[in-house]
Design a binder for this molecule. Structure first.
Ligand SMILES: NC(=O)c1ccc[n+]([C@@H]2O[C@H](COP(=O)([O-])OP(=O)(O)OC[C@H]3O[C@@H](n4cnc5c(N)ncnc54)[C@H](OP(=O)(O)O)[C@@H]3O)[C@@H](O)[C@H]2O)c1
Length: 330
């Protein structure tokens, strides 16, 4: 039987590279497009991934790469870079999504999976939030992910088989940034918590998310549906820091400080760094971590797709810590 070809956008990034590895493990022929080689280019290439360095905003390139493909997993996003002009977020997250969908429709792709974000719901007033909870993106990145969902709906109405995933806070080996800071700060034995630390946070271990991508790709019930994807349960920030301490085998003293001065400092940093187009040391999206409530109901994915997150927080954090040690992040 001929092997099916799958295109993964953002395939050399954190999530994309895990997905590419899983698809290769399962015998798929994998194409990747990403605007940079990232940490995993050589490893994925050695495993047989066909990698193109290019942008999802290049419409002609998307038409070329989508030809002959069975499934597109659209994972690429302008996401980590901070202080990008709004036009860049829009171009990548909205226009790029449209170009890929146009290409997929043109080439009669069987399945399209769009990776959105739980952030489209913003602060969760009534936890845990299901997919039908109000849409309140908290920043421009999240707004453009929501606009990307709307573009996907246009194509669903025209008959395409599309599934939208809204992942919670993804973590695991391969993510060099955000959770590394949590580990680094906890390792010192003293964690500065701005606010009371009772805001909720819903982690998502990378292997659990990859399972959801595979279900979205293969399960017939996923057609035309949107799913919040997260680990089995959510935690308070104080609990998350406590668990990091357990994994590091180190008691962590949580020192509480007021949130408002941090928020004002973040605003000032964004303004000060904007002319130089340099990433500010702190910015609103990052400091919002201390106050946004993120707690989701994953029942729909469990019932309809049989989604069952296997890796719990302790195991996931232990594997992540091991990777940080091996890579010298900690
Ligand atoms: N991480 C989370 O907690 C989280 C939570 C919810 C949803 N998500 C969504 O999950 C997806 C993956 O996130 P991630 O954490 O794996 O991020 P990531 O590591 O930044 O992966 C995204 C990849 O896409 C690339 N990319 C950016 N703009 C591109 C373009 N114009 N054309 C082609 N490739 C481009 C990025 O390159 P650059 O590094 O050069 O930008 C990066 O390699 C994103 O869609 C994000 O919105 C993430």
């Amino acid at each position: 039987m001929q092997r099916q070809t799958v295109l993964v956008t953002g395939g050399t990034g954190f999530t994309g590279s895990h997905l590419v590895n899983r698809l290769i493990d399962e015998g798929y022929c994998v194409r990747v497009v990403d605007n940079q080689p990232g940490l995993f280019h050589d490893q994925l290439k050695a495993r047989g991934a066909d990698i193109t360095i290019g942008s999802v905003t290049d419409r002609d390139l998307m038409f070329k790469l989508v030809e002959g493909v069975d499934t597109v997993h659209h994972v690429a996003a302008a996401f980590r870079a901070i202080n990008l002009p709004k036009a860049v977020y829009y171009d990548v997250n909205v226009n790029g999504t449209r170009y890929l969908l146009e290409a997929a429709e043109h080439h009669h792709v069987r399945k399209f999976v769009y990776c959105s974000t739980c952030g489209v719901h913003g602060n969760i007033e009534q936890p845990p939030a299901p997919e039908s909870a109000p849409i309140h993106p908290a920043d421009y990145y999240q707004q453009t992910k929501w606009l990307g969902e709307k573009v996907a709906h246009e194509f669903m109405e025209r008959g395409m088989d599309i599934t939208i995933l809204r992942p919670a806070a993804i973590y695991g080996p391969g993510d060099p940034e955000r959770w590394a800071m949590l580990f680094q700060r906890s390792k010192s034995g003293r964690f500065l918590m701005f606010g009371d630390g009772r805001a909720t946070y819903h982690p998502l271990y990378i292997d659990n998310l990859i399972e959801a991508f595979m279900l979205a790709m293969c399960h017939p019930a996923a057609a035309g549906q949107t799913y919040l994807i997260a680990d089995e349960r959510y935690y308070s920030l104080n609990e998350i820091v406590g668990m990091v301490g357990r994994v590091l085998n180190k008691p962590v003293e949580i020192v509480h400080l007021p949130f408002r001065p941090l928020w004002l400092a973040a605003v000032a940093c964004e303004v000060a760094y904007a002319p130089a187009r340099k990433p500010p040391p702190i910015f609103r999206r990052r400091v919002d971590w201390f106050r946004q409530n993120r707690a989701f109901d994953i029942g729909k994915a469990q019932r309809e797709l049989g989604y069952a997150p296997k890796v719990d927080l302790y195991e996931g954090l232990s594997k992540t810590a091991q990777w940080y040690r091996e890579q010298g992040y900690m």
